[in-house]
Design a binder for this molecule. Structure first.
Ligand SMILES: [Zn+2]
Length: 240
């Protein structure tokens, strides 16, 4: 159920009586190894599409520009300032709440805006008492990567690449990949710009094998887990 494809009268019929939850996919445009610049947008939208039915949710138009920083030097990367983004997201959450939604689920695809989304959610909750979940999707699925691939994930590496490959394999340029593209960030180092676009935060992590069936299994298990956590929170919220 896509918000932007309904007209206002249809929306008024459905919200909040039949649908009291809005899902907002959020990402950014930044370099991602051999995955597309829109990786952080494509994955949250696909997760939203896969879980919306079971959540009785309407999918809001996505926010596809976010806070890109260390990867901004790479061609095609775009950013919005941190304060502007936080303010924009706060006002968006409040306005979505004003459309009579009881719950908002934010599916975030980008690690560079976790703090901004957290503060925006807190401010909107405080102002409107609309319940909000912000999911940084890859963070609750790290053990699934290790179970399927025998190694940890990375920015634009094993897990993120697999997620895109699961539903858009045509966008993955395996022939442009080599293992030395994976940059193991030394602990304690901060660099502007980033020395690579596939970024591992631990040893022997992030390498990509491009196996289609493993990618599909990984993403499907990740989506199921995310949906499970959200439904559990919804149930617990019913008691307060
Ligand atoms: Zn990403």
């Amino acid at each position: 159920m896509l918000w932007e494809e309904m007209n206002w009268a249809e929306f008024g019929e459905l919200v909040p009586d039949k649908y009291d939850t809005a899902i907002i996919p959020v990402g950014t445009i930044e370099a991602h190894g051999v995955s597309p610049l829109g990786t952080d947008n494509l994955i949250p939208m696909e997760i939203a599409v896969r879980i919306a039915g079971d959540l009785s949710a309407i999918i809001a138009p996505p926010v596809n520009h976010g806070v890109t920083s260390t990867l901004l030097a790479y061609p095609g990367s775009v950013t919005i300032g941190s304060e502007t983004f936080q303010q924009y997201m706060t006002e968006l959450f409040i306005s979505v709440a004003d459309c009579k939604f009881d719950k908002i689920v934010v599916i975030n695809g980008h690690g560079g805006q976790i703090e901004e989304l957290g503060k925006a959610a807190e401010r909107a909750w405080t102002a409107k008492r609309t319940k909000i979940i912000v999911v940084h999707w890859w963070m609750c699925c790290e053990d699934i990567v290790e179970e399927i691939y025998g190694r940890g994930g990375a920015h634009a590496g094993t897990d993120e690449n697999a997620a895109v490959q699961a539903f858009r394999p045509d966008l993955i340029k395996a022939d442009q990949y080599s293992d030395d593209m994976v940059y193991r960030k030394p602990d304690g180092f901060t660099t502007y710009p980033s020395p690579g676009t596939i970024l591992a935060y631990k040893d022997d992590a992030g390498y990509i094998d491009f196996d289609q069936s493993k990618a599909e299994i990984y993403f499907s298990e990740a989506v199921d887990r995310i949906k499970g956590h959200i439904l559990d929170i919804f149930k617990r919220w019913e008691t307060i």
